[in-house]
Design a protein around this ligand. Structure first.
Ligand code: PGA
Length: 248
């Protein structure tokens, strides 16, 4: 039985003034011990966030594939660990889009996370044009094929299915469409890592809110949620944690 994981992705939001939200979310996480909760913060907030998060792990939203070197503006795994991160997101569609990252980049970054002892949330998901062309399933399969790191196991790896057109738009796929992609992702994982696939959580991400979380988290093969906008305040995020606890 896979425990549900609710991961917040603060993206380029969050200053020290927002630390009380981190603390309040951590308090709610502690009140729901049956659910794993984490917040992926901006780099600048990781250390202070970890300081107020108690037992709740905090993470980052990206890292460089190398551990050190001449890479202006980049952040390495050892830096994240030193700052107090225990998790990192790789291959997020905003990085694939804005920074032109590929599935190969996600693969190398996932390996870097693993090498540094970080839990890795590896994202995949189709664009609206790809879905309209009937290619969503094939795209997700191909992204998993190209980005799944060696030795993938649920002990450190989580997959997140995030249709790009659902991110920050208020639009979500139907529950049937979510179930279909998650089943395909699970089958692809099984093909690649055998029985270890059973331990790998597959999160859904894209416009998850307190209003739709219960239905989404109750869908087959949905092992949690990756939440952007609705993770920025305890008021919006705690109902999602509570829904995960009920769906447990
Ligand atoms: P959203 O973002 O919940 O604001 O749609 C999800 C994500 O990008 O991780």
């Amino acid at each position: 039985m896979r425990r549900k994981l609710v991961a917040g992705n603060w993206k380029m939001h969050g200053l020290k003034a927002d630390l009380p939200q981190v603390a309040a979310i951590a308090e709610a996480a502690a009140a729901h011990p049956g659910v794993d909760v984490t917040l992926c913060l901006p780099f600048t907030l990781i250390e202070a966030g970890a300081g107020v998060a108690g037992a709740m792990p905090v993470g980052a939203q990206d890292l460089h594939e190398n551990d050190r070197g001449a890479h202006t503006g980049c952040i390495s795994g050892p830096m994240l660990v030193e700052a107090g991160a225990s998790v990192v997101i790789v291959g997020h569609s905003e990085r694939r889009g804005d920074q032109h990252e590929t599935s190969h980049d996600a693969w190398a970054k996932a390996a870097a996370g693993r090498r540094n002892g970080l839990g890795v949330i590896l994202c995949c998901g189709e664009t609206e044009a790809e879905r309209d062309a009937g290619r969503a399933e094939r795209i997700v399969q191909s992204q998993i094929e190209k980005s799944l790191p060696d030795g993938a196991s649920g002990e450190w790896l989580t997959l997140a299915y995030e249709p790009r057109w659902a991110i920050g738009t208020g639009k979500t796929p139907t529950l049937e469409d979510i179930a279909a992609i998650h089943a395909i992702a699970r089958a692809k994982l099984r093909q690649m890592v055998g029985d270890a696939a059973d331990g790998i959580r597959i999160l859904y991400g894209g416009s998850v809110t307190g209003a739709n979380a219960a239905a989404i988290l109750g869908t087959e093969n949905v092992d949690g949620a990756l939440v952007g906008g609705a993770s920025l305040t305890a008021e919006k995020f705690v109902p999602i944690i509570a829904a995960a606890a009920r769906a447990g």
